[in-house]
Design a protein around this ligand. Structure first.
Ligand code: P6P
Length: 343
């Protein structure tokens, strides 16, 4: 029988692999694991929330039942506020970043960014959702308060990133820059146990993942690539929860696209707490991630907390193919003279 390795044991064992070999990051990852277990408990009761919520029933811990993404946000924030390793938080649910006071006068060395419950609209129809997180070392003087610039770092500066998938089972997948490992929650012991060691993304797969409903709103080069995916008889799979769609691609291969549309000219997905952490994971697993102008996601400067980006992410050979379509079919900008002549 294989030995059970819990998330805590694995993090501590692998601590020596991490260039900042200190206990702080270990503690932070464990705190995120605790928050994930608490969120999982409520997500699993989502079907009841409509009943409980309508009745304004209090749950076991005395909290008034509320929307799950707000609940998840509050649980992650409180777990991190008590960790002592985190000096600041940026969340999809909060307009501004949150300063976290030090414990015993010691400020934490890290800032944490997260989407607490990505794809939360799926909850009402019992479809999987996810928590996405990223961890940076603070850049500002650790004696002072956390600054906005501590968050406005490139994805290539991440020291750790991961996601939790609340699906048919609850899975936590993370990397500290030395490969990607997955842990499945065993509810009988309340522990995340190592279940997917050193995850490697297939070089290509039979799936492409895009909201085909926007096809006519995509630029021509994206439409040509999507036509190619159809010609190659790839199967379309799109859950509407980025963590879920990327998780499938991580294991089965494929490509996920969210190009620019008229409604989202810069792309819909957020760079800081959706695209960077998932691109960090996919690259660590041997995949690629770029925006639709062919810039590596992890190299894109982060200019504000809720900055959006386009993205093409997944199996390396498929991202390269997408790149060749963009290079071949992107329309050159029309010069003013040509524009005037066309009138
Ligand atoms: P659309 C969820 O709201 C999300 O941020 C991602 O998780 C998901 O991939 C995307 O938006 C879905 O967007 O426009 O296809 O509904």
């Amino acid at each position: 029988m294989n030995e059970i390795v819990t998330l805590d044991e694995f993090i501590i064992k692998r601590q020596k692999d991490f260039q900042y070999a200190t206990g702080e990051l270990t503690g932070l990852l464990r705190d995120i694991g605790v928050a994930a277990k608490i969120i999982n408990r409520e997500v699993n009761k989502a079907g009841l929330l409509n009943i409980l919520g309508a009745a304004k029933v209090e749950n076991a811990s005395g909290d008034v039942v509320q929307k799950l993404d707000i609940y998840a946000n509050e649980k992650l924030i409180s777990c991190l506020q008590n960790s002592g390793e985190c000096c600041g938080i940026a969340s999809e649910e909060n307009e501004d970043f949150i300063k976290v006071d030090g414990i015993d006068g010691q400020n934490g060395k890290y800032v944490v960014v997260f989407d607490p419950l990505d794809g939360s609209s799926n909850i009402d129809v019992n479809v999987s959702v996810g928590t996405i997180f990223g961890i940076y070392r603070r850049k500002s003087d650790k004696k002072g308060d956390v600054q906005l610039n501590d968050f406005l770092q490139k994805g290539s500066d991440l020291v750790a990133a991961g996601y939790v998938l609340y699906g048919t089972s609850t899975l936590l997948v993370y990397s500290t820059g030395n490969g990607v490992n997955g842990f499945t929650l065993d509810p009988t012991i309340g522990e995340f146990c190592l279940s997917h060691k050193n995850i490697q993304i297939p070089k290509r797969g039979n799936y492409y993942s895009v909201n085909q409903g926007y096809y006519l709103k995509f630029d021509v080069e994206m439409r040509r690539y999507i036509d190619y995916c159809c010609d190659m008889n790839l199967r379309l799979r799109y859950i509407g929860s980025m963590a879920s769609d990327i998780h499938r691609i991580l294991f089965q291969g494929g490509i996920f696209l969210y190009p620019n549309t008229r409604k989202y000219p810069q792309g819909k997905l957020r760079l800081l707490y959706e695209c960077n952490p998932l691109s960090f994971i996919v690259e660590q697993a041997g995949g690629k991630a770029m925006n639709c102008k062919l810039n590596r996601i992890l190299d894109i400067p982060t200019e504000h907390l809720h900055q959006r980006t386009t993205i093409a992410i997944g199996s390396p050979d498929m991202v390269d193919e997408m790149k060749s379509f963009v290079e071949r079919y992107t329309m050159p900008p029309i010069s003013k003279a040509e524009e005037n002549a066309a009138i």
